[in-house]
Design a protein around this ligand. Structure first.
Ligand code: NAD
Length: 504
């Protein structure tokens, strides 16, 4: 037995009490969807986990109507202090059911249990705790005195951090006094549905949160619904663009959290051991399915060979395999479709002339897997330097001077995040100042905190999530009139006149 061999230590699935079939969560109840249900599978072995309902346009109508009723009759009339109590309760229930949520997330998404257990689920709880504290302090959110909720929020999220993206959306929306219709990604609905059970357990009033599962068409029905006042989307830039077009001129508030192609810049005075860990965490955390992943390594030319040698050595120790095994570093790719995209872009990298190196991992027979891969000799014009691979693939470029590093880092259509590794604080501040990225990490990477706003420039979207900025996105100043939609009544039960652009 070699020193890197180890005994498997899988987390037990017995903590899960999964149903064979999940309905839609509308008006506080699980109900059948009108569309044909679909299977959610484990990407690690392609086995079926459960059947998931597919919401039709009529189902989305019912969900939005439930959210509107709950907004008008209950949620908008409740004090911030009382709304906060529900959020605190949800946070505590997430903590109580943390192990179950982590196992379900790893099973459905493919991410290693140590990540869902130690990162995703604790952050989910912290997001609800954080915004629970804000619910009675909205005057300080930066949206002026006595700010008002938008009304019904339509939210659509991706598959890479299913429960965490739900928390990023639902917690601030509820704290600000909105009600919600949420559409999870089609390959990862499971933890959203367990979260619906938590909402029942928390006695959240019916209709305050509604969860409609389904594919892109269901998401489109949510964001286009005339009675949705605020749209929040996290996902690809292509779909974000489509949503921006659909929402334009409707008077709906909109935030878009889209793709990224972050530069992780390593200067020659960087603490190399920490930088290697930071590079690994930056791109191989969550199989690289991270919008802010450090997918472009910019390394100073003088230390290039040393960094690459040490990186390869480190990657050779990573364990790829069963997401539920506590020793696993690299889990499964979330879907066959995503795996095909990673393979295609990696082939393009080779064809364009970059040099490919792949860690020597044993790939399981079943499921969707991609071993950690590095491309060296990448040029700024290569597709692997410009497009989001959204997988465990690192593109390495070099630079000689800080000015060249900044120019190369900013040479991207995206602007979500960046990392800087240097021993000199003054250099970090000077470089960070010139990076067109919403978040810049220094001597660390992929750190998240609910009090810290997150969001992008350019094609990475607009608006911020997290912090009071993320709360303000769910509020309108008291001076701004509510969005008017024909036939709708306001919080006092009075009819609101329709105005041009009021409906989609
Ligand atoms: P995607 O855009 O394909 O899907 C995201 C969600 O939108 C899914 O729920 C999907 O069903 C839904 N959808 C698809 N078509 C739609 C339409 N026409 N109208 C409304 N909804 C529609 O993205 P994905 O592949 O699931 O996620 C990966 C992408 O998400 C990557 O580009 C990644 O960078 C990005 N992402 C960004 C952030 C961020 O905070 N900026 C966070 C996580 C992921």
């Amino acid at each position: 037995m070699g020193f890197l061999d180890y005994a498997p230590a899988p987390e037990s699935r017995s903590i899960l009490a999964l149903k064979d079939e999940y309905g839609l969560f509308i008006d506080g109840e699980f109900v059948e969807g009108r569309g044909a249900s679909f299977a959610t599978i484990s990407p690690a072995d392609e086995s079926r986990i459960a059947m998931i309902a597919h919401a039709s346009d009529e189902d989305v109508d019912l969900a939005v109507a439930a959210a509107r009723r709950a907004y008008t009759k209950v949620w908008s009339k409740m004090s911030g202090r009382d709304r906060g109590k529900y959020l605190f309760r949800i946070a505590r229930l997430v903590q109580e059911r943390a192990r179950e949520l982590a196992v379900a997330e790893s099973l459905d998404n493919g991410k290693p249990i140590k990540e869902s257990r130690d990162v995703d689920v604790p952050l989910v709880a912290s997001w609800f705790f954080y915004y629970a504290g804000w619910a009675d302090k909205l005057d300080y959110a930066g949206a002026g005195p006595n700010p008002q909720a938008h009304g019904v929020a339509g939210q659509v999220i991706p598959w890479n951090f299913p429960l965490l993206m739900l928390a990023w959306k639902v917690a601030p929306a509820l704290a600000a006094g909105n009600t919600v219709v949420l559409k999870p990604a089609e390959t990862t609905s499971l933890t959203a549905l367990i979260f619906a059970e938590i909402l029942q357990q928390a006695d959240l009033p019916a209709g305050v949160v509604n969860i409609v599962t389904g594919a892109g068409a269901t998401g489109a029905a949510v964001v286009r619904h005339p009675d949705v006042d605020k749209v929040a989307f996290t996902g690809s830039t292509a779909v974000g663009r489509e949503i921006a077009r659909a929402v334009a001129g409707t008077g709906k508030a909109l935030t878009l959290e889209l793709g990224g192609k972050a530069a992780n810049i390593v200067f020659d005075d960087a603490p190399i051991d920490q930088a290697i860990e930071g590079i690994v965490n930056g791109i191989f955390f969550n199989q690289g399915h991270v919008c802010c992943a450090g997918s472009r390594l910019l390394v100073q030319e003088s230390i290039h060979d040393e960094v690459i040698d040490r990186l390869k050595e480190r990657l050779s120790t990573l364990r790829l395999g069963d997401p539920l095994d506590k020793n696993t570093d690299i889990g499964a790719i979330n879907s066959a479709e995503q795996l095909a995209r990673i393979r295609e872009l990696s082939q393009v990298g080779e064809d364009e002339g970059a040099e490919r190196w792949t860690a020597d991992c044993v790939i399981p027979d079943k499921g969707f897997w991609f071993a950690p891969t590095i491309f060296t000799g990448v040029e700024a014009s290569h597709r692997i330097a410009r497009e989001e691979v959204f997988g465990p693939v690192l593109s390495v470029l070099t630079f000689r001077t800080p000015a060249e590093a900044i120019a190369k880092a900013n040479n991207t259509p995206y602007g979500l995040s960046a990392g800087i590794w240097s021993d000199k604080g003054s250099r970090i501040l000077a470089v960070a100042d010139q990076l067109r990225a919403g978040v810049v990490w220094a001597n660390t990477f992929n750190r998240f905190d609910p009090s810290s706003p997150f969001g992008g420039y350019k094609e990475s979207g607009y608006g911020r999530e997290g912090g009071k900025q993320g709360l303000a996105a769910y509020l309108r100043p008291a001076s701004a009139a509510p969005r008017a939609v024909a036939g709708r009544t306001d919080a006092k039960g009075e009819a609101v006149a329709a105005k041009k652009g009021g409906a989609a």
